[in-house]
Design a binder for this molecule. Structure first.
Ligand code: SF4
Ligand code: FES
Length: 270
């Protein structure tokens, strides 16, 4: 066990991407982060650095954050070349200064991809994900009283798989890590989350066709099986969901080609 008084503060240099606006040129600027408690989160360290920047009269570093506990998907930092930083299965906001050594130079950049244009400094516009969701990431149901909990029995292994897919927090790290800027891990998680469950069956075909079409329209690239996406995913979404989505897409395309348009809304089993 490490004694509390043996924890030494560290000082690092941040090399941060600064960009005043979407059409402005960007550049790296160095800032000292002195005397950081190793148990500070990376975002808390950025807060302290920003206090000092503001005191000097400069514009603070813009970065996106909300929950700061790995839930919302807002934080979006590339730390030393890796979306969400050095550790597997956690978001930028769950990275702590104890992951770094005294004297380190830490390079911090925004998520970069053509469909994620930089808005300012470390903030990218990820509204393209919202557009993909709006194209089909929902179920249409009548509202009314809540059903009894066990009204629709679902086998445990199917429910577990759907819940695995539902872990996706829509952060976009998968896109930022992919050389093709592919959004297939994100889209496959959203397609599978609903397509695995009985409630998602009526729109299963139209969902996968529309979401994939929107993904292509927005300029995301295709998957070439490098799996950089699942390697950086803070929720460890498996690339197996991409294969599942491809199967769904082929089936839906086939049915769509041979059915009148108005009848193309139902899908097969899980
Ligand atoms: S699949 Fe993973 S990396 Fe991609 S948006 Fe979802 S949580 Fe983020
Ligand atoms: S700030 Fe919500 S996941 Fe990081």
């Amino acid at each position: 066990m490490v004694a509390v008084n043996s924890i030494k503060n560290i000082s690092v240099t941040l090399r941060v991407w600064r960009q005043a606006g979407p059409s402005q040129p960007g550049r790296f600027v160095d800032y000292p982060a002195k005397d950081c408690n190793p148990n500070m989160s990376f975002l808390e360290m950025l807060d302290v650095v920003n206090d000092n920047i503001e005191r000097s009269g400069e514009d603070p570093i813009a970065f996106a954050h909300d929950c700061r506990e790995g839930i919302c998907g807002t934080c979006s930092l590339v730390i030393n070349g890796k979306p969400h930083g050095p550790h597997r299965g956690i978001a930028s906001c769950q990275t702590y200064m104890r992951s770094f050594n005294d004297g380190d130079v830490i390079v911090v950049e925004p998520f970069r991809a053509k469909p994620f244009p930089v808005i300012k400094d470390l903030i990218s516009d990820r509204s393209s994900f919202d557009k993909i969701q709006q194209a089909g990431g929902f179920i249409s149901i009548r509202t009314g009283s809540a059903q009894d909990a066990n009204a629709t029995p679902i086998p445990k292994e199917i429910a577990d798989l759907a819940m695995d897919a539902a872990q996706c927090i829509g952060c976009g790290a998968c896109v930022a890590a992919c050389k093709n800027a592919s959004a297939m891990l994100f889209v496959s998680a959203k397609v599978s989350q609903l397509g695995l469950l009985p409630q998602g069956q009526p729109e299963r075909d139209s969902r996968v066709l529309n979401m994939v079409a929107k993904m292509d329209e927005l300029g995301f690239g295709n998957c070439t099986n490098q799996y950089e996406c699942s390697a950086v995913c803070p929720k460890l979404i498996s690339h197996d969901f991409i294969a599942r989505m491809n199967r769904d897409y082929i089936g839906a395309s086939f049915r769509s080609a041979f059915r009148p348009k108005s009848a193309c809304s139902s899908g097969g089993g899980a």
